[in-house]
Design a protein around this ligand. Structure first.
Ligand SMILES: [Mn+2]
Length: 324
């Protein structure tokens, strides 16, 4: 969790893990003069809301935006029970959950698709501020489309600029990324420099090597009847997951990436017969996502998967021993 409090009258809470989550914060920072912001994993939202409620901190805000984060039933309960909090919340999300049930709450706003176009957290939030947004430009349109395209269709979306943004997020880190693209959008000009391009090219090479290592170390487990490839890795989860799912699509139902730094599992698949969003949700109420990309935290409900991984490693070691 990353929190920035500057005494603003508005607060935006967004998803820490990707460019879509960061981009709502970038737009909000540009649109509102002084805005506080928190970046969280889905599983951290409740903790943050509890903190805001406990100290009456939320009362200093006239609006609290929650972008690119789906609300769990228990989180909805916290909000729904508090009239003062409820009227401050504005929610902009595109993750598929029980949309019909959820959207009955006036403060919940999930839009996955509109007029045949898949939406993302950033485009939904932008719609909200678009009328008075001061920094409209051709560059802004290109940026928004790049974020939307990558976030809804993944690394094979065909939007080169979207892929570049995701690479730069990995290179620059959160604060630099936010600052850089705040300036870019403000000036209506692409802020990516020739030096960045160099770094991106180096990073592309490194990424190819990284995916090769993940491939070599892929651990096969059977998880509730699914054939799963597990990668214990911390970078490029979408590329690792998608590349390996594509390579092993006849053998493996999906790729599960275990990231100990984020305490998080990510699911990726290229298969049309697998819905990893549903599968993630079946393990823990904190899991969820889309058809082909999903996530869940490492918690008491998902910890058993570590045992399956351990057994698979031991089995592999034994096989190597025997073949010596
Ligand atoms: Mn998103």
């Amino acid at each position: 969790m990353k929190e920035h409090y500057n005494g603003g009258k508005k607060l935006i809470i967004s998803h820490i893990a990707d460019v879509d989550g960061l981009s709502s914060v970038i737009l909000a920072k540009l649109h509102y003069e002084n805005i506080d912001y928190c970046l969280v994993e889905f599983s951290e939202l409740e903790e943050l809301l509890n903190k805001l409620v406990k100290n009456d901190l939320y009362k200093k805000y006239d609006e609290i935006f929650i972008t690119d984060i789906s609300l769990r039933p228990s989180t909805i309960k916290i909000i729904d029970a508090n009239e003062e909090l409820k009227k401050r919340i504005r929610h902009f999300d595109h993750h598929l959950s029980e949309v019909d049930v959820m959207n009955k709450y006036p403060f919940v706003n999930i839009v996955n698709e509109r007029n045949g176009r898949l939406e993302c957290g950033t485009t939904l939030f932008y719609e909200h501020i678009e009328k008075d947004f001061k920094y409209k430009s051709e560059y802004l349109d290109k940026y928004l489309e790049a974020v939307r395209s990558y976030d809804t269709k993944g690394p094979f979306c065909g939007n080169k600029y979207g892929c570049t943004l995701v690479m730069l997020y990995g290179i620059l880190g959160i604060d630099n990324f936010i600052n850089r693209f705040c300036n870019g959008i403000k000036n209506g000009k692409d802020p990516i420099t020739p030096e960045d391009r160099e770094l991106i090219n180096l990073e592309l090479e490194r990424r190819r090597e990284y995916v090769d290592v993940c491939d070599k170390n892929l651990i096969r487990i059977n998880l509730n009847g699914y054939n799963v490839g597990v990668s214990i890795s911390e970078s490029y989860r979408s590329i690792v997951g998608n590349e390996l799912s594509k390579k092993y699509k006849d053998e493996l139902d999906f790729i599960l990436i275990l990231n100990f730094q984020r305490n998080q599992f990510s699911f990726r698949t290229v298969r049309d017969d697998i819905n990893v969003g549903e599968i993630a949700k079946s393990f823990t109420k904190e899991g969820g996502g889309h058809l082909k990309a999903a996530g869940m935290p490492l918690n008491s409900e998902t910890l058993f998967i570590l045992n399956l991984i351990k057994e698979a490693i031991l089995k592999k070691e034994k096989k190597i021993e025997l073949s010596k």
